[in-house]
Design a protein around this ligand. Sequence first.
Ligand code: KG4
Ligand code: ZN
Length: 350
Amino acid sequence: MRILGIETSCDETSVAIIRNYDNRSFVIEKSLIASQAAKHAEYGGVVPEVAARCHVDVVFPLLEAAGVPRDGSGVDAIAVTAGPGLVPALRIGVEVAKTLSWIWKKPLVAVNHMEGHIGSAFLHSSPQGEDYRRGIEFPAVCLLVSGGHTELLLMKNFCEYELLGRTRDDAAGEAFDKVAKLLGLSYPGGPEISKQALQGKRDLINFPRPMMTDPKDLDFSFSGLKTAVAVYLHNQPLPALEEGAEGGSSVADICASFEQAAIDVLVEKTRRAVEQNNPKSIIVSGGVSANSFLREEMKNNFAPLPVFFPPLEFTGDNAAMIAVAGAWRASRKDFTDPLKLEADPNMRLV
Ligand code: KG4
Ligand code: ZN
């Protein structure tokens, strides 16, 4: 079937058309992502109302640019992110998808954004190639690490999940963004920190690894780690850092030590989830899965267990992954009434 995906949950407007034969093989016919990151950088974070206005401006031009026929011909279903996310932003995609579904008389699938991130690991970066079927076997332990969420899930089959652990406060990406802000780095902070970290000493500052004492616990907490960086900076303010005082630490060292602490926790919690559930694969997805050090550490720590990441271009928010989850739901005839669908900022997968 051919699925039109629409994603507007945060600060990316995205439209994609994918074709699939089953739940594992997807051909990406079109994938367009319009990022608003530069707009929000002025504010140091995403402003919901600004995000919604930008989505309104670009969603129809994107549909047009993607070559979506105006009469919907060739489209078998429409998949849209219904939550979680920012309500004003979500509503734009949801209302556009409802309208198209109503006018075209095509089935509508309400997709959970986090299931979309899981779906991104099933995408292949060279869709026209022969080998676009990824060998993810179930059960799979999924580590979802984004700007709004940090969760460990057990994926037992398509659309069947068990929640193993989640963050009790900040998400991993949020911690990267907040620490970057403390250091005066630009938004979004994750890529900036990981770039800086390449030049720094990872073992110079022993930042805390929160929630590690109970060996069975699979929950996360990142706000204490962010506070530890804030306290460190309070005691050793940035101007001194910039002068690169002899024996002191640089911004790069702080980034490297913070990144090591955050990733140690992600790896250790995943190790526990693996020990407790004996999976056949691991999936790591969400914006933070773009982090090269996380990718390396996950591969090194879990070999020979295969670890699957989305192709880099699909780690952030995108509509192709929403269409993948939409295809899974469509195969179960899990459709929604276009007159009734509402954006749900707190939509839960489990
Ligand atoms: O999945 P995503 O695009 O949006 C949400 O659903 O939240 O994730 C965005 C998050 C941001 O917090 C961003 O800083 C983080 O992913 N991120 C990274 C990297 N690239 C993006 N974090 C660490 N290292 C990176 N290379
Ligand atoms: Zn996301």
